[in-house]
Design a binder for this molecule. Structure first.
Ligand code: ATP
Ligand code: MN
Length: 479
């Protein structure tokens, strides 16, 4: 017999028929006459109830059917008499494929804390919460590709090992095969990277943008979606040392086109999740509502998770300039009551507390902030005519802060090299990047969206460590 997944069984299409179910036992309960076994196979948040009649199954026969064990069940799929499920299986045979010793299996019926579950990340997939989170993560990843594919973007794989450290000075992980106990030295006593694997010093990439730009100069519209690495020692709920980034790059786009695409993109993937993962969103919404109840009244979210997602998908993002953002902050009650920890004045970088004030308190919706001071942004951002600001844009989301960072790129060779020299970025090392400005340069723009921050937003999970299967953070790479 062919196995059918729980998601398909729950549609009832097989009702009245003999079916084969395979999965893991979530719970077992019952009485002298009957035992109810909830079986989950990850295809949906819902488990399927297996009914084992005592006349067919002795207590002894079911002794290894315990939480966490894997089972194969045959039986008839019938409309359920009980509450809570539409269909159930009247078992004919139950085979335990893999036992799970109840004395040592760490996942018990009671709710475990997210912190505890992080310590058993290899098993946490088997909880409702992480089942929902990672099914949503999967859907969002698929929606990312679907969105760009429908618009004729070419998916480009940019390198993970890179020689350029132009973007991430100080925040990069080194890649080397040199013997660390016996490093080759040159005449000046410095490490001789000519003897290293690539014949030069190499790192893990912090962004695929520079290479992405090269491809956009041929395909017009490209995107990358791959892992990026940052050795930043910030132990926050929004930073990982290894995370996935989506970076579209579009020839002939200006800053407005860029912002429009980013907004359309975010709304599209959220709608896709709402349409395809409603049960997961509903479950996570209930979870969040419970969490909200622990907070003081004035800090609670008025909107449910689904309401928040629908609101973002159906309303325009606010658009302001950096200068306007600073004015709003300077005139805010929070500023006047000295509630901000970090300085607010024209020229400073917006801190997380400022970003969250703008989206959560002031506008109560996602905000696109454009035209930042050039001194706090990267060398490749296009200099505006005022000579003080660059055509940058950050998108700030409620509960997350920065979710997108992007810009129109500096396409003018003279301006670009001038900025690089000003900022100490070696022009010789990036000769290939500068070549695009020498040969057929054109206005272009792009952005980077941290995939985990998007998953955080859609799942409502407060900590970024809970939306990537195996988080990499300072002092943590167990699994
Ligand atoms: P932040 O100020 O939050 O550290 P950033 O300015 O360093 O962000 P960018 O370099 O613009 O971020 O990277 C683009 C996007 O990548 C960000 O908007 C964010 O969504 C995501 N991102 C950046 N750093 C991390 C990280 N350490 N972990 C997860 N996502 C990140
Ligand atoms: Mn950062």
């Amino acid at each position: 017999m062919q196995r059918t997944k729980v998601k398909d069984l729950l549609t009832g299409a097989e009702a009245g028929k003999e079916i084969l179910l395979k999965g893991w036992v979530r719970t077992k309960r019952g009485n002298k006459y009957v035992t109810f076994i909830a079986v989950n196979d990850g295809s949906t948040i819902h488990s399927l109830q297996v009914v084992a009649d005592a006349e067919k199954f002795s207590e002894e026969a079911l002794k290894d059917v315990t939480t966490g064990a894997s089972v194969a069940v045959t039986g008839e799929l019938v409309a359920s008499q009980g509450k809570g499920q539409a269909y159930e299986v009247l078992a004919n045979t139950i085979e335990v494929l893999g036992k799970a010793d109840p004395e040592t299996y760490p996942l018990q019926k009671k709710a475990h804390s997210l912190e505890f579950l992080r310590e058993i990340a290899h098993l946490r997939f088997r909880t409702n919460t992480f089942g929902a989170v990672f099914r949503l993560r999967n859907s969002l990843a698929f929606a990312v590709h679907k969105f760009f594919n429908e618009r004729g973007f070419v998916y480009m794989h940019t390198p993970i090992v890179t020689a350029s450290d132009a973007e991430g000075a100080g925040e990069m992980f080194r890649v080397t095969t040199l013997d660390l106990d016996n490093l080759p030295r040159n005449e000046e006593g410095k490490i001789n990277f000519e003897e290293d694997f690539f014949g030069r010093s190499t790192n893990l990439t912090v962004s695929g943008q520079l290479e992405g730009e090269l491809a956009a100069m041929a395909f017009s519209d490209i995107y990358t979606f791959g892992p990026t690495f940052r050795a930043e020692n910030s132990n926050t709920a929004r930073h990982l040392a290894e995370f996935w980034m989506i970076e579209p790059e579009m020839a002939f786009y200006d800053l407005q086109d860029n912002a429009n695409l980013a907004e359309e993109f975010i709304k599209y993937v959220i709608r896709y999740a709402i349409e395809n993962n409603s049960a997961d969103i509903e479950f996570l919404g209930q979870r969040l509502a419970e969490e909200e109840k622990q907070k003081p009244q004035n800090e609670r979210n008025e909107m449910s998770l689904l309401e928040k997602l629908e609101f973002v998908a159906n309303n325009s993002f606010e658009r302001i300039t950096y200068t306007e953002a600073i004015d709003i902050l300077l005139n805010s009650p929070a500023y006047k009551k000295k509630k901000f920890q970090y300085e607010v004045s024209w020229g400073v970088d917006l801190q997380s507390e400022h970003e969250r004030y703008l989206v959560e308190k002031h506008f109560k919706k996602p905000v696109i902030v454009t035209n930042y001071p050039k001194d706090i942004k990267s060398f490749y951002m296009r200099l505006n005519d005022d000579g003080k600001t660059v055509a940058a844009m950050d998108i700030l989301a409620p509960g997350i802060g920065e979710i997108v960072g992007g810009s129109q790129r500096e396409e003018r060779l003279d301006k670009l090299t001038e900025r690089m020299e000003e900022m100490g970025v070696p022009t010789e090392e990036l000769w290939w990047y500068l070549d695009t400005r020498r040969f057929g340069s054109c206005p272009h723009a792009g952005f980077g969206l941290g995939f985990e921050r998007l998953v955080q937003f859609v799942t409502g999970m407060g900590n970024i460590r809970d939306v990537i299967p195996f988080p990499r953070t300072p002092k943590n790479a167990e699994f």
